[in-house]
Structure formats: structure tokens, C-alpha cells
Design a protein around this ligand. Sequence first.
Ligand SMILES: [Zn+2]
Ligand SMILES: [Zn+2]
Length: 344
Amino acid sequence: MSQPTLSTSLSLADGSRRLSQSSPSLHTYLDKRVIKSQRETKRTRSQRARERLQTKEHLTRLAVGLYEVELADKLERCHSRLSVLTCGRHIARIIPNFTCEFRLCPDCSRRRSRKLQNKYLPAMSAFMLHRRVTPVHLVLTQTHRKENRKQSAKRIKDSFTKLQRRGFWKEHFKGGTWSLEFTKDRNGLHHTHLHIIGFRRRFFDIELLRGEWLAATGDSHVLNLKPIKDIAAGLQEVVKYVSKPLDIRRFGAEDLKEFLGLKNMRMFGTFGEFRDFCKDFEPSDNDGDEVTDLESLNRDLVEGCACPKCNEPLFDLRMSGKELPQFYEQVESSPPGEVRKSSH
Ligand SMILES: [Zn+2]
Ligand SMILES: [Zn+2]
């Protein structure tokens, strides 16, 4: 595979974050899904905004087809009018008129995953510092069976509980987070994966872990493990599966119906020692509290404030949600100071 691996590196010294290209090594986790999501991060903001709109339109059509009138109406209103605080070159803050909070809504799930990151990143940094553990991204898979999404999720979560009770696991891990990812193959079989950020106490032979997973599942030894160099990027990667549990654009009415039946299923959680740590954790000045998104840093900004990136004054641009991709495009392609209020 020639797909380059995009890894983000975090410089703890100055808190700045850079994107760096590194060539794939033999040990790089080359699972197709990860490659796909890496490609996604390379798309421009305008492309992503356009795709969010398309996803929403698709979901709305499905909801209408299922006579889920209230859901369709909420989706249509969500982010339909925006107040965009911009200097013309940067977008500092986007305030929507309404948020639907539907789990599959791409705008709302984006906000939810940002919240998860803001909540857990400081705790993770502190935990690593105090407990001297290193984070790894572990993907656990299971064999495919004819079962529905709920059964498939329960089966893999139960197996993971068994794994955690085993001596090997306790000896090598100090807890972490889990998130569920669902995919469906051409034959309609559910593939459910667990993405774990595990805090590793010491190295071990991966084959031993495969054996442990086989013992827990009874029939699957398939897993992937890669070290996480940058905990912010690692967390961002796993919460992505929470915000985007499946490829919604390939979603049919039946899928939506089934998903609506899952209302209360948890998609993300903490476990083990890290779980207990989070209960008592209060971030202090010494613990890194990197916020991964500019927009969430800018909650207090109003019109007239200086743009955090260039110090130019911010103005408030009103637009419909449908106009946002085009505005991103303008911002992306404009040299300093080009986009003005007249661009509306
Ligand atoms: Zn929404
Ligand atoms: Zn600016």
C-alpha cells in the first residue's frame, strides 16, 4: 500500500500541534478503515462541510420515508441559519440557530466528539504523567454472525469484559477508553469493532494478546495494536467512531430504523483504573488541557474582538447553513484580508 500515513505530532513544550507526513512502516496499522479516515482528514473544510450537508439531506429523506416527521423537521432546522464570526481569513466561531442533538447528525456529533475530547484529554495527559503508562490504540474484532447491531455490540463488549478480568490484561494495562464502531458488509453482516485507547504498563508480545483475545471471544484472535505518539490525535481518532458510527451515506431506511431502536446504547466509555481516575479528576494548571479545536476555544468571542489567529477585528456574518461550504471555500482560497463583508 502506498497510502502515506498522516500522523499528527504534539509538541508538549509549546502546546502547538503540527501535521507531519511520515512514511508507513511495517508496523503501521494499515487497516483499510483507518486509511480511509486519514484520507478524510486531508479533505478541505469546505469539502467536509459540503459532505455534512449531503449526509443531513440524506438522513432527512430517510426520516421522511419512515414517517419520522419530528426527526426530519429537527434535522432540517439544525444549523440551517448560522452566525459566523470571522475576520475574513479565519472562522473564529460558528453559532447555529438550532441543534437537533440527533446522534447521527454530522453537525451535532461533531460537537459531541469535541466535547468528549475536551473532557478526556486533560485527564489522559494527567493519568499518563502520574501513572507512568504509555497509550496504545487497540482495535478488537470479532467473527461475523447473523445478528443485529445490538447483539453484535453486546457480544464484543461482553468479550472485552472477559478480557479485562484476565491476569494478562491486568498485568499489562491500567484501563483506558473504548468506543464502538459499526460497519456492514455487502452481505448485510454487521462488523463491530472496539477501539480501545489502552494505557500500557509494560511491553508484551502481541501474539500473547492475540491468544488472550481468542480465549475471551472463543473464536477470534484478530486485533491490531499501534502505539499512540500523540494522545490528542489518538483520542481524536477514536472519538471519530463515536461521532461517525457508520457510513451514513450508504445508509438505507432499514438502517435508520434499526439505529433509532438503539437509542440508549453507549458508544464510548472508560474502563479500569482510568475510569476511577476520571471520577476524581479535576484539571489543574500543571496538567495539559489541550483543546483540539479552535472553535471551542473561542466560545467567548463576540463581534469586534480580535481574531485569535491574526488579530484583525471579527465581524458577524449571517448565512444559511447551505452557504457555509462556499464560505469556507472563499476563506481557504483568499489571500490575507480578501474576504470582506461584501462577500455575503
Ligand atoms: Zn444536528
Ligand atoms: Zn483572522
